[in-house]
Design a protein around this ligand. Structure first.
Ligand SMILES: Nc1ncnc2c1ncn2[C@@H]1O[C@H](COP(=O)(O)OP(=O)(O)OP(=O)(O)O)[C@@H](O)[C@H]1O
Length: 329
């Protein structure tokens, strides 16, 4: 059974004009214990809003969120307080997610105090152990956030998220604000903690390489919807949605491109349509080189293919990726 399940999640933001932003528009997924479920997509696709809804930082207009048999989506008051320690979040910007006036030790201890977890006398020892687990010396407890480097600050945020012994950690672009060399260290730290503590992750990133490195399964998000979902190996070996191909093509470097053809041969152009007035058919149709009239009027359902692979495209399975590197071996 899955540890975490999300069913038909919708988050809409009403605007003063009377219109509505359809930021997340019916996403469903399940995450098994110990899995790392990735959500990838370009800016504005709704990844962060999904993360915030999972954390109940924003209320969905529809959908169910279940964690370990509990209804996280509707829990309130005491029930929500009991669930809080089980689900934690690591944010993109390790600086703005830390209170600049709180010393590092107090920042990591704070969730234990706020949620009243464990005996007070044990909390400092728990914080020390957490510092060591994320690769920080416990003496660093006395420092303020600005005295840490970017990577160390993210270690601190990870310690703060992990100190409550959560079952599920939602990581929202946890390395995209860091230098490339530091990114690998933080990803390896997250992987190690996942293994040692039996954690389950929902991992959000715009970076395919990062997702490929850390995730066991990946969903590709476009304008509030999942267009493709598959185990990581399967997705990277044989993606079936034109939007996924375009993301993968734009990640190919020109040198890696066969026959000297420009790597941007299949890079889609233009901006995604506004989530205020999403188009009626396939939301990618306006930018898809394969789109037909059917795509523009009829919404494609997520269809299941072998190997736990789901694709929302009328022509999935019939189309061939337009660049050789993306074709299944
Ligand atoms: N509070 C809000 N009110 C109105 N619109 C919002 C609000 N929060 C997000 N949006 C809109 O919802 C859409 C999805 O935003 P979201 O931040 O979830 O995307 P994202 O994929 O995480 O992008 P990024 O990586 O740039 O953060 C965007 O069009 C955004 O402008």
């Amino acid at each position: 059974m899955s540890l975490f399940s999300v069913e038909d999640l919708k988050v809409h933001f009403p605007l003063p004009s009377g219109k509505t932003v359809h930021a997340v528009d019916g996403v469903s997924f399940q995450v098994a214990e110990g899995e790392c479920f990735g959500i990838v997509g370009e800016s504005g696709s709704g990844k962060s809003t999904t993360a915030r809804a999972l954390m109940r930082l924003v209320d969905p207009v529809e959908g169910h969120i279940r964690l370990d048999g509990h209804d996280l989506g509707t829990a309130a008051g005491e029930a929500l307080r009991r669930l809080r320690p089980m689900i934690q979040m690591v944010f993109q910007d390790p600086f703005s997610s830390l209170n600049p006036r709180l010393r590092a030790g107090a920042a990591v201890r704070e969730p234990l105090d706020l949620m009243n977890l464990g005996a007070k006398s044990d909390r400092d020892a728990r914080v020390d152990a957490m510092f060591r687990q994320v690769g920080l010396h416990p003496d660093a407890r006395r420092l303020f956030p600005h005295q840490f480097s970017g990577g160390q600050r993210q270690r601190l945020c990870i310690a703060r998220a992990m100190v409550t012994s959560p079952k599920l950690v939602v990581c929202d672009e946890p390395v995209s604000a860091l230098d490339v060399a530091i990114q690998a260290q933080i990803l390896n730290l997250l992987k190690g903690l996942q293994r040692d503590r039996g954690l389950t992750y929902v991992f959000i990133s715009h970076d395919l390489a990062v997702v490929q490195h850390i995730c066991t399964r990946v969903a590709v998000m476009y304008l509030g919807e999942f267009v493709e979902q598959a185990p990581t190996g399967r997705l990277f070996a044989s993606a079936r949605h034109p939007y996924t191909w375009s993301l993968m093509a734009s990640a190919l470097s020109p040198e890696r491109h066969a026959g000297g053809a420009p790597a941007d041969r299949f890079t889609i152009t233009g901006e995604p349509p506004s989530p205020i007035d999403p188009p009626p058919g396939c939301r990618f149709a306006g930018r898809c080189p394969f789109a037909t009239d059917r795509c523009r009027t009829e919404k494609p359902a997520l269809r299941r293919f072998p190997d736990d692979h789901q694709v929302a495209c009328h022509y999935a399975g019939e189309l061939e990726p337009p660049i050789p590197e993306l074709r299944a071996a």
